[in-house]
Design a protein. Structure first.
Length: 181
């Protein structure tokens, strides 16, 4: 049973709230390297890029740009966004960087990510932003990159080893104490 006093965690265990914002430090770090053109899963209040798709102009219905940032809603419909990112990469050669729950047991992971994109598992737990609350995720997080050809050839490509170093040297994550009782 979830402790009722932990409202921030309760919202992330359920699909009641699906618009947790990417921590600014993580977006800034990724954007410095990738130089995103668009945030494909945003609202006017939480967008990280000047160009963005939201519920009114959905990324599910439009072609994407050369380099995209994606932190999709983490509810039951997450697979649709991941499938769309995969097909935008396959059909349109788009580079997309996604912040996703590390759910390696799902159909969407095996159909659209595993052996198709680069995966970097984030050490510890991210503190997602959600209005006035900073909420440590109750699940591990991964960064998934579908590399378009232009990014493979322009010097922006990062090997998995370099991506691990690039992402996991931050101190802003929640460290898990596995020895505590």
């Amino acid at each position: 049973m979830i402790n009722e006093g932990k409202l921030s965690e309760q919202g992330m265990f359920t699909s009641k709230k699906d618009d947790w914002q990417t921590p600014q430090w993580l977006f800034d770090k990724l954007n410095k390297h990738f130089e995103f053109v668009a945030d494909v899963c945003a609202t006017d209040k939480n967008t990280k890029c000047n160009t963005y798709f939201d519920k009114n102009k959905s990324c599910l219905d439009h072609d994407w740009f050369e380099c995209n940032f994606m932190n999709p809603p983490y509810g039951r419909g997450i697979g649709r966004f991941i499938e769309r990112a995969y097909w935008q990469w396959w059909d349109n050669n788009c580079t997309t960087v996604a912040v996703l729950p590390a759910r390696t047991d799902t159909k969407w992971f095996h159909r659209f990510i595993y052996n198709k994109a680069d995966i970097t598992f984030i050490k510890g737990r991210l503190k997602f932003e959600g209005g006035h609350i900073l909420a440590p995720a109750p699940f591990p997080t991964m960064i998934v990159v579908w590399w378009g050809n232009s990014y493979l050839s322009n010097g922006k490509y990062l090997s998995n080893e370099k991506m691990q170093e690039f992402i996991n040297n931050e101190t802003n994550q929640v460290k898990l104490d596995l020895n505590s009782k």
